[in-house]
Design a protein around this ligand. Sequence first.
Ligand SMILES: Cc1cc2nc3c(=O)[nH]c(=O)nc-3n(C[C@H](O)[C@H](O)[C@H](O)COP(=O)(O)OP(=O)(O)OC[C@H]3O[C@@H](n4cnc5c(N)ncnc54)[C@H](O)[C@@H]3O)c2cc1C
Ligand SMILES: NC(=O)c1ccc[n+]([C@@H]2O[C@H](COP(=O)([O-])OP(=O)(O)OC[C@H]3O[C@@H](n4cnc5c(N)ncnc54)[C@H](O)[C@@H]3O)[C@@H](O)[C@H]2O)c1
Length: 470
Amino acid sequence: MESVTSTPMYSRPRPSLTIIGGGPGGYEAAMVAAKLGAQVTVVESKGMGGSAVLTDVVPSKTLIATADSMRRAGRASGLGVALGAEPARADMTVVNRRLLNLASEQSRDIGRALERSGVRIVIGRGRLTGPTTVEVTTEDGTEMIESENILLATGASPRELPTAMPDGERIFNWTQVYSLTEVPEHLIVVGSGVTGAEFASAYNQLGAKVSLVSSRDRVLPGEDPDAAAVLEDAFVEDGVNVVGKTRAESVERTATGVRVHLSGGRVLEGSHCLLAVGGIPNTADLGLEAAGVKLTDSGHIAVDGVSRTTVPGIYAAGDCTGVFALASVAAMQGRVAVAHLMGDAVKPFQPHLVSSNIFTSPEIATVGVTEEQVASGKYQADILKLDLSTNPRAKMQNVTHGFVKIFARKGSGTVIGGVVVAPRASELIYPIALAVSHKLHVDDLANTYTVYPSISGSISEAARRLHVHL
Ligand SMILES: Cc1cc2nc3c(=O)[nH]c(=O)nc-3n(C[C@H](O)[C@H](O)[C@H](O)COP(=O)(O)OP(=O)(O)OC[C@H]3O[C@@H](n4cnc5c(N)ncnc54)[C@H](O)[C@@H]3O)c2cc1C
Ligand SMILES: NC(=O)c1ccc[n+]([C@@H]2O[C@H](COP(=O)([O-])OP(=O)(O)OC[C@H]3O[C@@H](n4cnc5c(N)ncnc54)[C@H](O)[C@@H]3O)[C@@H](O)[C@H]2O)c1
């Protein structure tokens, strides 16, 4: 009988990977690479989880959870609930302490999970000194890390206006608002992109007077126009002062608050100002030029569908690439990079499958093809929009705003996109995302049982109305 040996005849070499940035683009990649057997080091200057966990997604969505409780308390009387004479009040010290603790705890959880997977974490600032070398400046000095592959996942930072510099007391960027100890009396939000809209909605529900300065002709300029219109109506109904087609030229402090100078000469006075004027990629001082990594015109790191930069062995993922500023996309780009560098089966990133959600009230969730892409002729689609006003569950829950919209490819009836505007739209978009990912037919959605009564009933009803009788 042949002897059995525990030493494999052939063992794969363990590729080495250094990741700069511990946000979703970096930590997901680290986890997957370690599982596949790579030697992984993550270099992070702030804390594991990155801005997504420490300052952006986690704190903002936790704040929004509190704001949503306030909204429900405020509307409870419409459903016959008497909550007492005093209106509900948010204690911002408690709210902000809770959300910052939650963010730190999640950051620690991610760090522990990475260490359990065998990933080495180095706290410090990393920069490339060549195509295979990262120099890390730590509290204790400098460390040089040599590896076959490098993943850049350095994220983005709030854009600053030189005439409106945040001071963290009255004038904030989105990373600083969590130091507020009281609900602002009058918050002026500058910028009506996703960040501005989410904070305007949240602080309005928390009881602040809110003005929203929107440079475009509508809020959420890049999003579904019907959804943006519903949100703008909801804002106006809830008392948000939407100042449209206006730019903030400068913001200054006064003795008791802030003064925002607007294009056209108008001035808005408020107690606080939140600047939500976009982000800039963290690509400066990274040694990219020395290594030969090319940037796009917007200053993002140029990548292809499998997250390769212009230098072999150097990959990039997340907000520093400017593909879609979403945590889910950053994580996917990181996973795709790892699959590619490890020689595993790899599917290039597919932008037409991405789903996302805007956590306003109501929420706006989207997946796949957009109305703009259909209007431009890029896709030929039948579009069906169904208002929630006739949905029985929506009536029971006193939902006054919202709709379901489905895009079906002309001719074939394949589901290629969708929009849901409703409370918890973030959860309702999943069946449409599943349909888009798996190329389901509108009849597949229509013929799947939904619970009666349910808001998802409107999804199958919309699909039913897109049925083509052959
Ligand atoms: C207010 C707000 C709310 C958001 N809400 C959502 C949401 O609900 N859902 C969603 O999907 N997306 C949301 N986003 C977008 C999401 O935050 C980003 O897409 C996501 O953080 C990108 O992940 P990332 O890994 O690219 O970068 P980040 O999360 O920014 O992480 C990058 C990390 O790299 C570190 N770093 C940078 N340079 C260096 C260096 N030289 N050396 C060492 N470390 C370095 C940084 O310290 C940072 O920790 C939100 C964004 C904002 C602003
Ligand atoms: N829920 C989520 O998934 C979520 C939440 C927040 C942000 N994000 C992502 O982050 C990215 C950035 O979003 P954002 O909203 O921070 O930035 P953005 O660039 O999308 O929007 C900034 C807005 O500010 C406006 N603006 C700029 N200067 C101005 C001025 N002086 N006065 C008035 N308006 C001005 C711009 O015209 C723009 O509409 C988005 O791609 C978004 O997907 C996602």
